[in-house]
Design a protein around this ligand. Sequence first.
Ligand code: SF4
Length: 225
Amino acid sequence: MLPAGEHDVRATVAIAVSAVSFIASLPLRPWLGYAPAMARRSFLQWPVVRQLSTGDLLGRGPAVTSPQTRAITPRTATADRVVQSVCPYCAVGCGQRVYVKDEKVVQIEGDPDSPISRGRLCPKGSASEQLVNSPGRQTGVLYRAPRSTEWQHLDLATAIEMVADRFVDTRRRTWQQEDEKGRLLRRTMGIASLGGATLDNEENYLIKKLFTAAGAVQIENQARI
Ligand code: SF4
């Protein structure tokens, strides 16, 4: 004769064992999210063993690198040469490394040797490669005549001649020798210069010198605005 309540305990245990046996017999592994191959891993593949065997004690290097990651090669690894340059976008002037393969730019990254940016680039500078290789990039001179709706292609020498002609003509037409009280001015208000942020010191020096010598007084740079 079993003590009171023991029947219930035995019945409950029997039911539980039967249920576990039944569930274990089901092909549940795919549903539970792990593949049979993972279940067959030897203990040599345990993370802690990999950390100890590779010397990667913090688990941030080879111990946690997947075979897929190990098989990947960076675009920069196959470059023929690397050229140091400066980001073309803004006045910060971050240093860049330009990777060239078959005479084509394949990647642009931050230059760790730059004292300004020390290898960093903002998202815009990081996308410089897309600027260089964009199919929409203009590489020639386009000219739209006054009141025209069409652009025309010009060679660089012709365009520079046109700019020079207009510069000289504008200076001549707008020259102010003196004001209404006879005070000496010797200037033109018909010419102004607005520099871009990627102009370097030497370029800005020459621009300032040229325009001041020509009598222009409105000389600015976008980086200061
Ligand atoms: S990377 Fe960004 S912050 Fe640096 S120069 Fe280029 S645009 Fe300016």
